[in-house]
Design a protein around this ligand. Structure first.
Ligand code: ADP
Length: 264
């Protein structure tokens, strides 16, 4: 079906004999923003690695665009799916612009040079994330947050129908976090892109996502719209914390507050 981007049936993955993902059965639709939330170590990054083809599922069926992910070449899949990883190391003294240009590699023929439209994409992506003014600086001398924004711009330059984000705002202050989420939300709304993002901040997840997938111990435990699944009971079951979920009139979305361990 054209509107389904990914279909997973009974997908599993183990590191050695330790299962990290078990029995994932899901359909992910085109043009939606999915948020993935769950405790540390529940398999969120492993799930994104399977979607981007950097790990192969060892059980079940994982289909992208009607074909098994395993049937795509790396280059083919890189034209379709971009990942902003949680941990990135660029161990060479590239400039910011060179790093963002790496996002165009799947589109540039071997032994060819970037075209005018490749450079256009690079510059548009840097403008969207507000990093154009440090395009000549070395990636090695940037702060963690600045590097993170460069890696997001690289993924935007890849210009893929599907964008995967693994805690893409973990090093960012509130202004830049909002900028990145606003940018990717616009890609969903205006260009029909599909975004699948691991998000620890449940308030960002509620504000930006169409669907939330809550994971626990390597399994999907709840999946649905924000209205369906962002509630005190599920947050308690998944994270073991006490919370209150209310509609917030300022942000016009559900927002979560927590019981802080502090006497007043
Ligand atoms: P999350 O992203 O939700 O924090 P991960 O997908 O990174 O979780 O990890 C899921 C589980 O797999 C964890 O228990 C983690 O310790 C384990 N794991 C992750 N990477 C490896 C690895 N390279 N070798 C062995 N175990 C791993």
């Amino acid at each position: 079906m054209a509107d389904k981007v990914y279909q997973l049936k009974g997908v599993g993955y183990s590191y050695g004999t330790t299962p990290a993902l078990q029995d994932f059965t899901l359909s992910l639709q085109k043009g939606a923003f999915y948020g993935i939330a769950g405790p540390n170590g529940c398999g969120k990054s492993t799930f994104l690695d399977l979607l981007v083809g950097s790990k192969d599922a060892d059980a079940g069926e994982l289909v992208f665009g009607g074909r098994p992910v395993s049937s795509y070449t790396k280059r083919e899949l890189a034209k379709e799916v971009a990942l902003v990883p949680q941990n990135f190391s660029i161990g060479f003294d590239y400039s910011v612009e060179e790093v963002v240009l790496m996002g165009r590699h799947p589109h540039i023929e071997r032994f060819s040079s970037p075209t005018v439209s490749d450079w256009q994409r690079v510059h548009e992506s840097m403008d969207a994330i507000g990093i154009r003014h440090f395009s000549d600086r070395s990636i090695m001398e940037l702060s963690g947050g600045e590097k993170q924004r460069v890696v997001v711009a690289r993924a935007l330059a890849q210009d893929t129908p599907v964008l995967l984000l693994d805690e893409a705002s973990s090093n960012l202050d509130i202004r830049y976090s909002l900028q990145i989420f606003n940018t990717v939300r616009r890609l969903v709304d205006n260009k029909g892109r599909t975004v699948i993002a691991v998000i620890h901040n449940l308030n960002f997840a509620a504000a930006y996502c169409d669907k939330i997938i809550f994971m626990k111990e390597g399994r999907v435990c709840e999946e649905g719209s924000v209205e369906q699944v962002m509630n005190e009971k599920i947050i308690g079951d998944v994270f073991g914390v006490e919370s209150e979920v209310r509609f917030d009139t300022f942000s016009k979305t559900r927002q979560v507050s927590y019981r802080y361990g502090r006497e007043r």
